[in-house]
Design a protein around this ligand. Sequence first.
Ligand code: SF4
Length: 329
Amino acid sequence: MADFRVLQALRVDGTTRPSPPCSAGGPLMPAIDSPNFETAREIQEERDTHMPYISKSRLMEYAKNPYHLYLKYIRGLREPENRWMRRGSNIHSVFEDYYHNVREAFEETGDVCDDLTIYLPADYTRWMDYTEPFITNFLMFEARRLQRCCDLDDVSLFPAVGIEAEVWDWNQLIPRMGFADVIVEAASLPDFSADTAGVVVIDFKTGKTPPKKYRNDGIFLELEYYALLFEEEYDVAAVGGYYPMNDDFITAESTEKRRSKVERLCQELEDAGTDVDNYPINPGPLCAWGPNEDQKSSFYHICPCKWATESGPGPTFYSDNKESLESGS
Ligand code: SF4
């Protein structure tokens, strides 16, 4: 049975550990290295298309702000890494190693240790900055899963079925692809009934759990893209997003409406080509959400949008020339 006291102790300990010399955290997650990216580039060259593949993040970027996607993937302007991206990469890499460690240990011993902390990377400087709330909540999520497997008297349900699992749909003019952070047996999740067949594809999200009103065009759309992609290769019972910051696990039922929206957006993106007119500017809170340097889109100063300027929509942090005003209002 999972020992919740060990995890609670980690919660207490985690808040008292000293910060590492580099407060930004440990090493960055290595770039995902798959030969399929090269294949996709060769296909792009042959077919003379404007991008080698469509991914979940590209699709979501296009859905939220087509012009941002244009700057990033058509013009090739790279966004500098910010602290939220760095935190997300670091936490994802810790979770990935944890699942590999669980799987390796299970293959060797046929069992899973109650103290799940032993499966975290041995180099604790990689995760000590994120202990509270991310690592602690994640381990509690996993402990609930282990408890369910113990209740079913089958710990073989616990190790991940897939880790950073990669799926490509090559039957499209522009191939579609996705990496699932982890794929687990549905029966191992207390959110599903014990006799649920198939697997659950899980995406880890290191931001805040989105309010319900934003889910339909956000997380649910992302999950639908994954459902469409992964059901070709796996017996998918559900697709879900886990938010360790708030210990929330969100799953969405697949709907025809969302499915056709994903298909329509993929098709639009495929047809958009390199013409900037096909990538409308869609300003909103993500353009600038505060007056500071790190509180705006990387492209804010080269983008003609008027968000957060004196004459534009939203709060006022900048003049119409996008010069910083002394304080926001
Ligand atoms: S500033 Fe806003 S509208 Fe402009 S590219 Fe960035 S997110 Fe898009």
